[in-house]
Design a protein around this ligand. Structure first.
Ligand SMILES: [Zn+2]
Length: 327
């Protein structure tokens, strides 16, 4: 880490300058000094949006050609080893700067944004993407970014375009449809209460998920880690279970939205020619904002195709009941 990459520092001890305030300042500075980011932000003026009502839920499609690199990213081990890591501080573009948070994470502006105010939060070291060692940081970042942000995580086998470098992302609060649906009383079903943590799911939602809600960080972290262990045991693999997670802190409580997955990309992603559908679901997409870098997919995706993709890449309801029951 060179001091050249540091825009400002945040350690939580100076209450006069909050992390959201620093993040807003960073975005403003970077948009004026870094042409690639300015171009990325300007491209949001021309992205097209289309809402697709599905069975029991609806999604928003975003036609965003700037995301082709991320959606189409080769994330196999050989491709990853063969490229310089774009999240390592030493490889950042010279104009890119970040907020050093707790001397452990660097809050950076994402130059290919999906949102106005889209941040990538990278670990200062080149260490593998893994949530267990950083569950604490996840909750801390959501807390410090506050109610106007959602922090999200994509597992290394499940949507992270840099599975070799630990990172989170942050989006403006409410930009991902599941955030709204998660508070819809008609959908919410409490499965269990453990200590101060309420474990819920959403019914009739086209994909199966787990919500964790708690005002207490330690209990929440413990329940979350136990659930991951149960998922790992059930999936029978040593690696981290495939998962996408959103986390927010509002009204003095955390909410985590867990999407356990069975696969990263649907079969149609790998088809040739006309049959190919370039949808590569990560946290944002499975949360209901599907990014389509090609216009063909933006126009052609039907409710039936979306329902099929969600079913194909998500765990079934029985798996949710089983892992919640055993944790
Ligand atoms: Zn790296």
């Amino acid at each position: 880490m060179t001091s050249q990459s540091i825009f400002s520092e945040f350690d939580g001890s100076s209450p006069s300058v909050s992390l959201p305030e620093l993040s807003a300042r960073l975005l403003q500075e970077q948009a004026s000094s870094w042409p690639q980011l300015a171009k990325g932000i300007a491209s949001l003026d021309t992205v097209k949006i289309r809402e697709v009502p599905c069975d029991g839920f609806s999604v928003i499609l975003q036609f965003n050609p700037g995301r082709i690199v991320s959606t189409g990213a080769k994330v196999d081990a050989k491709s990853i080893r063969g490229r310089p890591c774009f999240l390592c501080a030493g490889n950042l573009p010279p104009e890119q700067k970040g907020i050093l948070a707790f001397r452990e994470f660097l809050v950076l502006c994402n130059p290919a944004p999906i949102f106005r105010g889209h941040y990538t939060i990278t670990h200062v070291d080149h260490i593998p993407q893994a949530i267990e060692p950083f569950a604490h940081s996840f909750l801390q970042l959501a807390h410090d970014l506050g109610p106007d942000f959602t922090v999200f995580y994509n597992g290394p086998r499940c949507g992270a375009s840099a599975p070799d470098h630990m990172h989170f992302q942050a989006s403006p609060s409410g930009a991902i449809p599941v955030e709204r649906d998660a508070v819809d009383e008609r959908r919410r079903k409490v499965l269990k209460k453990v200590k101060d943590v309420t474990i819920l799911t959403l019914e009739n939602y086209g994909r199966n998920l787990i919500l964790l809600e708690s005002p207490h960080r330690h209990g929440l972290e413990e329940v979350f880690l136990n659930l991951l262990q149960s998922l790992r045991a059930r999936s029978g693999v040593k690696e981290e279970p495939m998962i996408n997670i959103l986390c927010s802190f509002r009204n003095e409580a955390w909410r985590m939205i867990l999407f356990p997955r069975t696969k990263h990309r649907p079969d149609v992603f790998f088809k040739e020619g006309e049959q190919r559908v370039m949808v590569s679901p990560a946290a944002v997409d499975i949360g209901g904002l599907i990014i389509t870098p090609r216009e063909k997919d933006f126009l052609g995706l039907t409710a039936g195709m979306i329902e099929g993709i969600f079913r194909e890449v998500s765990v079934d309801a029985g798996t949710i009941r089983e892992i919640v029951g055993s944790s």
